[in-house]
Write a protein that binds this ligand. Structure first.
Ligand code: FES
Ligand code: FES
Length: 200
């Protein structure tokens, strides 16, 4: 008996009380409401993950779809997910209103590709998320810690790459974080797709 006009965002916030997913513009423009939708593709036997604006997604469109919200991947009370931790340590969040949406866009990208690069096509994942106070550089610095170059993880500028002896900045800047202290990102430890949605 679902109201055909009910959106996923309304359902999450009003019915389930999951207010981590934010209501910004309500018209698909800001990305504050981003969640991850996962669907099992029976023809290819593969899972597909998509970052989606919950304010535009009719609840009725989600048959056989698993919904992951920011509450589902980590919290301060339990344990932050590496995506949340690294955005925070990179100073990628100020007022925080956009942050759950940015976290979920980054998370969906990593679920599809755990070893992304900093290439333009990869950074396209953030094109649907607006941030009005932090700016995008610190957010991308957090993302950079998940990216790879030439087979190894890339952790940022001259302050975070190379050995300890090599880490100096010609401009006199100090490092934002010590990448060695990050929680590791292990894609095998992520929430699994509900098996009952595969069997249907
Ligand atoms: Fe702005 Fe959904 S609330 S895109
Ligand atoms: Fe304020 Fe992004 S941190 S809008």
């Amino acid at each position: 008996q679902v109201d055909p006009e009910m959106t996923l965002l309304t359902y999450l916030r009003r019915k389930l009380g999951l207010t981590g997913t934010k209501l910004g513009c309500a018209e698909g423009g800001c990305g504050a409401c981003t969640v991850m939708l996962s669907r099992y593709q029976t023809d290819t036997n593969q899972l597909q993950h998509h970052a989606v604006n919950a304010c535009l997604a009719p609840l009725c469109s989600l048959h056989l779809v698993a919904v992951t919200t920011v509450e589902g991947i980590g919290s301060v009370a339990r344990k932050l997910h590496p995506v949340q931790e690294r955005i925070a340590l990179s100073h990628g969040s100020q007022c925080g209103f956009c942050t759950p949406g940015i976290v979920m866009s980054m998370y969906a990208l990593l679920r599809n590709n755990p070893t992304p690069t900093m290439g333009d096509s990869q950074c396209f994942f953030l094109s649907g998320n607006l941030c009005r106070c932090t700016g995008y550089r610190p957010i991308l610095e957090g993302y950079r810690t998940f990216t790879v170059v030439s087979g190894g993880r890339q952790n940022g500028c001259c302050l975070t790459n190379g050995s300890a002896a090599e880490r100096t900045c010609p401009q006199g800047a100090t490092p934002l974080f010590n990448a060695a202290e990050f929680k590791p990102f292990d894609p095998t430890q992520e929430v699994i797709f509900p098996p009952e949605l595969m069997a249907l």
